[in-house]
Design a protein around this ligand. Sequence first.
Ligand code: SAM
Ligand code: DTB
Ligand code: SF4
Length: 333
Amino acid sequence: MSDIRHNWTIEEISAIYSRPLLPLVLEAANVHSKNHVFGEVQVSSLLSIKTGGCSEDCSYCPQAARYNTGVRVQALMKLPDVLKAAEQAKAGGASRFCMGAAWREVRDNSDFDRVLEMVKGVNALDMEVCCTLGMITPYQAERLADSGLYAYNHNIDTSEDHYHEIITTRKYEDRLNTLSAVRDAGITVCSGGIIGLGETLEDRIGMLYTLVNLPQHPESVPINALVPVAGTPLAENGRVPFDDLVRMIATARIIMPKSAVRLSAGRLELSIAEQGLCFMAGANSIFAGDKLLTTPNHEYNADMEMLKTLGLTTKAAFADGHPKKKQPALQNA
Ligand code: SAM
Ligand code: DTB
Ligand code: SF4
């Protein structure tokens, strides 16, 4: 069951997702323990290096300029401030530092040059450095890889069919093109999505289907539960039932056995017992720190207490090795 497969069908994924909850969790836990050190959780720290004022219309997002959400626009942070935050995150036990920018896409300008310096600086701290900057070109991906970027986060968010209901300012295909630029540059891929957007069961399965049938499974798969934010079109969406989150995690774990599955946004609404079931179902990564990008998260110390209570430990940086940059094809080989 732990074989890596890229030919999963909608029917197979749907059958897994729809199994009775605890048998599903048990199967996911078995797959998890065969492929990972069971009980080890990768802790990422998240920093919004450029906040708000984004030109996209992602209907869940508090940082889109067109919605009145009260998020204060903040220009790109200065390099020393970012490095200070990364050092603090490392001292607190985070192995990965993820920098997020409310950009539609990266432009080749002095801001990007500064981000490259941030990547080099965080890399020098021996942390896994991750960025989420919107769409990037193959050339920009190369430059990020050359600066030492470990992972790039770019979520597909929902199914291809549902995408245009959530975002109209870009296409699903744009997202997939960025993912292949990241993969081709030899950067590890972090890609997942959100539940609670008003999607159907088929959309959830469709999202997993797209992820699992990528040429290579993403090394990490964030599963976010919508954080409804006042002022966004999805502000009134209800809370996702926690068992739906467990099903999404367990299904992702079973079909992408080697990937890290990250229990991401929406964790603040979950009790320790509910989070425990998510870890049991194969989640082995979290964002820790009292803020995600713009919305609150658990207090750092409370999270560390939770891990202790559940008997979980934190994973060291680069435990899975550093990805090798893709070598140019040999001529006349
Ligand atoms: N602008 C870049 C982009 O869209 O790729 C990077 C930052 S964006 C905020 C990163 C991801 O955060 C989104 O793709 C989405 O999956 C997630 N996200 C944003 N707002 C959210 C919310 N209210 N609830 C849950 N997840 C959210
Ligand atoms: C991901 O999948 N979730 C994180 C991270 N990748 C960048 C972001 C969650 C954002 C939640 C809303 C906010 O705090 O603004
Ligand atoms: Fe912009 Fe990213 Fe938010 Fe979409 S999710 S509005 S691209 S910051």
